[in-house]
Ligand binder design. Structure first.
Ligand code: ZN
Length: 565
């Protein structure tokens, strides 16, 4: 009996504990030698994910010393063309892992270890888990140099702190890593959502943007609205930190009805498998259509995001006829700077003047089940729970272009789009690929799998697709050097590679028949070889580079160079 009580008490305590977990505040140091200025905050809303770390500005340059935040060992090293570029993961004895991404290069010891593995595997892209804690580091030791590699578009250091066991990412600023910020976040727009067919806002049943204006001390007030039934609110906001001009994300959002907290969102921690729920946190339709990133202050069904810390009625407000409400939305940054928007609501059941009925089509998708539709030579198959709700899908084929509903509807999973290709010649089949068409009609390659009489792709984006062809091989040119050149004084050998139709799939470089490590930067399309990787015995050398595009067209480039040593 007593044992049971103890278990109940312990469970209750641990639940409370996880809500307000304290993180060690003097354990991790700033990974750079300069004061922290951020160009990205933790949990910030990005195009299809929450930002999982902080982006530290590196004064517009690459090559700043990156230091281990605490004692530990290198647990993982990853190099990829996109994403984190060159990244280091350091495991610490206190149960946390720090991550350093978009690096230019590692320290000489790590660099040597990585290169050896790259030459062994004959690949620039690589993922390593060094065995037996062999790469130990001390707090403050230089582990790498900051850069701009991978999906980074200005020099910066992406820094993360994760729970080593659960892999959950935690806001690094909760660990006492200090930033200067006395500026309050801004609220820039308010959108009100009627949440069922009986609800109304200013006599409409569709989402409505409400004008807001400044009141006192930077706080805001919205125009008074009339409403009835179940409604939800959404806002757009940003935060500027200290001297940085960048628009960052907020730390916390609190929505109150008549002074009582109805909804709270806090960027403390989340798991990578939650990141897709950003589709439901923001108004995806508005984001795709108007480029306006509205954060909802209510939780749509199916949203399992753990960043909601308090919520009553899922954050929705049920407005009664004849009742008035004082609603507020307050946003704050981690330093406690705040801005509040007040929204006066008058309950009034009125005639609805604007209503949007769904367009009825023969392609009804019940989100809870597997849905498959075929028309002409295409088939689309959606696994269950691909959608967040039911839709009448708009599926059409016109002049070979398949319209798979439209890109303003978010998906939680991938679906399969299959083209029957039995009517095509062998030559056409050889060069074909599936392309996504943007609004301007520009084609971009999507990963295409070819079978005998069909080809398919697995994608998470609705929109327009078509079969496209690429029979032109990639282009390869020497960059800042020429054929038969003496290169003893050069430290690097560089080439530009390009494929303007289906894009580059792979590349392979050799000197005198031996594989060489060529680092590829897809942003500049430059392949770089470091002469320091190898000692040369003779003076005349043959460089050969083979590049293949996504359809399989290959190009071989050969040139001669001379070099002593
Ligand atoms: Zn980042």
């Amino acid at each position: 009996m007593k044992k049971w009580i103890l278990i109940v008490v312990l469970t209750a305590t641990s639940l409370c504990f996880s809500q307000s977990k304290k993180y060690p505040t003097h354990y991790f140091r700033n990974p750079l030698d300069i004061p922290l200025v951020l160009s990205g905050t933790f949990g910030e809303l990005r195009s299809n994910h929450f930002h999982s770390g902080i982006d530290i500005k590196t004064q517009g340059v690459e090559g700043l010393k990156v230091r281990a935040s605490a004692d530990g060992y290198v647990a993982r090293i990853k190099i990829s063309h996109w994403g984190y570029g060159k990244a280091l993961y350091i495991k610490h004895p206190n149960g946390y892992t720090t991550v350093y991404a978009h690096l230019k290069k590692f320290n000489p010891q790590i660099e040597k270890y990585v290169k050896k593995q790259q030459y062994k595997k004959e690949s620039f892209e690589i993922q390593l888990f060094p065995k037996g804690k062999k790469l130990r580091v001390k707090k403050g030791e230089v582990i790498a140099y900051s850069g701009n590699t991978g999906g980074s578009f200005a020099p910066h250091l992406h820094f993360e702190i994760r729970d080593s066991k659960t892999e959950k990412i935690i806001n690094p600023l909760l660990f006492g890593i200090d930033i200067k910020d006395s500026k309050r976040p801004q609220i820039t727009a308010l959108v009100v959502y009627p949440l069922d067919e009986n609800a109304q806002v200013n006599q409409t049943n569709v989402p409505l943007q409400i004008p807001i204006r400044k009141r006192n001390e930077g706080n805001l007030v919205a125009d008074k609205i009339t409403a009835y039934g179940k409604i939800g609110l959404g806002i757009t906001s940003f935060d500027r930190l200290g001297k940085a001009w960048n628009k960052n994300g907020i730390y916390q959002l609190t929505q109150k009805v008549n002074g009582v907290v109805n909804h709270k969102f806090t960027s403390r921690t989340f798991a990578f498998n939650e990141t897709r729920y950003i589709n439901l946190l923001i108004d995806y339709n508005r984001f795709k259509g108007l480029k306006q990133r509205v954060q909802k202050t209510y939780i749509p069904p199916l949203n399992k995001l753990s960043m909601y810390t308090v919520t009553n009625n899922d954050g929705t407000i049920t407005v009664g006829d004849g009742t008035s409400y004082n609603v507020s939305v307050e946003v704050s940054d981690i330093k406690g700077n705040k801005t509040k928007l007040t929204i006066p609501i008058q309950g009034k059941k009125d005639t609805v003047l604007v209503r949007k009925e769904p367009k009825i089509t023969p392609y009804y998708a019940d989100y809870k089940v597997f849905n498959k539709f075929s028309l002409e030579n295409i088939t689309v198959a959606f696994p269950k729970y691909t959608f967040y709700k039911d839709y009448y899908l708009d599926l059409q084929v016109n002049d070979g272009i398949v319209k798979v509903h439209n890109e303003t509807v978010p998906l939680h999973k991938n679906y399969t789009l299959t083209f029957n290709t039995s009517h095509l010649s062998e030559k056409q089949k050889k060069y074909l690929y599936i392309a996504n068409l943007n609004n301007k009609g520009t084609k971009s390659y999507v990963k295409t799998v070819k079978k005998k009489n069909k080809c398919y792709t697995s994608t998470r984006y609705l929109g327009n697709y078509t079969l496209a062809y690429d029979s032109i091989p990639p282009e390869i040119t020497l960059y800042r050097s020429r054929n038969k050149q003496w290169m003893t004084k050069f430290s690097k050998l560089r080439l530009k590679i390009k494929d303007s139709i289906s894009g580059i799939k792979k590349y392979r470089g050799t000197i005198d028949g031996k594989w060489i490590l060529m680092e590829y930067d897809p942003k500049t399309t430059v392949l770089t070889y470091n002469f320091s990787d190898k000692k040369f015995k003779k003076t005349k050398h043959t460089l050969e580079v083979v590049v293949e595009d996504n359809v399989g067209n290959t190009k071989t480039f050969r040139s001669i160079f001379y070099r002593k040593k």
